[in-house]
Design a protein around this ligand. Structure first.
Ligand code: SF4
Length: 314
């Protein structure tokens, strides 16, 4: 793709210092490890992986809530030095809509807050809040209510309204339906898809559920233990996943998880990130592991058609 990326991460890592025991010295935990990703204007990019793989840490880096330990980030061709460069242009929808809204604040005030902070007030602000409410299928009169007066699905609509009010270029959604009842998940997913198609923000959609990511996104990055292990179009991934971890994720999708977004059941457990295995981090769970996999970590390699995979098989 010759077009310039709207959001570009280059070799981004984030390390935390964690204690392994009461008397043990802190050890490094590489939550995100050398991730490079491009997000293009109007594109929907999914990030999928099991819980603890680093995808939420990556989301927080992308919206400027967390600084990377190393690597660089560009937005619209310019280096991002601090969060102010992204303010209002990259917005986030969190997993739990209740904790992302102030329970003592009328929802209209919460939704308008990102603009009020920048000095907008009065009738202009009220009109923008009403517009955002209508966009997510809520009545403008509901702005006077408090969060507890809404259902979980409506609260997530309010969180989406708050994210959209700045008319962002990028919407980062971190597990936006996993705290909702199965019956309302589809409504919120359809809403996000409509918003993306009709109003055009680029979408970075993060989930542990491959079925949900596949419903939302045309390109999918698969993450394992802090690293991208495969990056492909949705069709490439489902027709012929290259990486054994991607293959396992697809094989672990029973028919009911495709529709309900339940977590996949994979063989074995992810390794302790404080004691990652040598070589390929997936080798203790990989049916195709070879001797080289236990010693050398594979690099991300370009396959036919521009897809990427991190595996010694290629
Ligand atoms: Fe499996 Fe080896 Fe590929 Fe890792 S590098 S996914 S262990 S085949």
């Amino acid at each position: 793709m010759n077009e310039r990326a709207l959001l570009r991460l280059t070799d981004v890592s984030r390390t935390f210092r964690m204690r392994r025991g009461l008397f043990a010295p802190p050890a490094p935990l590489h939550a995100v490890n050398g991730v490079s990703l491009d997000l293009y204007r109007g594109q929907s990019l999914g990030l999928v992986g099991e819980s603890g793989c680093g995808k939420s840490t990556l989301a927080r880096i992308l919206v400027g809530l967390l600084a990377p330990s190393s690597g660089s980030m560009e937005f619209d061709g310019l280096p991002v030095q601090d969060r102010t460069a992204l303010y209002g242009r990259v917005q986030m929808v969190f997993q739990d809509p209740f904790s992302s809204l102030n329970p003592r604040m009328r929802v209209g005030t919460s939704v308008g807050e990102p603009l009020a902070i920048r000095g907008m007030a009065g009738a202009q602000l009220r009109e923008r809040v009403a517009e955002s409410f209508r966009l997510v299928g809520l009545a403008a009169e509901q702005m006077r209510l408090f969060p507890h007066e809404f259902s979980g699905g409506q609260r997530q609509r309010i969180a989406v309204a708050r994210a959209l009010i700045t008319r962002p270029d990028v919407l980062v959604c971190d597990e936006p339906v996993s705290a909702l009842d199965a019956s309302v998940q589809a409504q919120v997913l359809n809403l996000l898809r409509e918003v993306q198609e009709n109003f055009g923000p680029s979408l970075l959609f993060i989930s542990h559920a491959l079925a949900v990511v596949a419903f939302m996104c045309t390109r999918i990055a698969v993450m394992y233990q802090g690293r991208i292990v495969e990056l492909a179009t949705r069709d490439e991934l489902f027709q012929q996943a290259a990486h054994p971890y991607s293959q396992a994720l697809i094989e672990a999708m029973p028919s009911h998880s495709r529709t309900r977004g339940l977590p996949p059941v994979l063989p074995g457990e992810p390794p302790n990130p404080l004691h990652p295995p040598a070589g390929c981090a997936f080798h203790p769970r990989c049916a195709k592991a070879m001797p080289v996999c236990r010693e050398n970590a594979p690099e991300l390699t370009e396959l036919d058609g521009g897809r990427l995979a991190r595996c010694h098989l290629y």
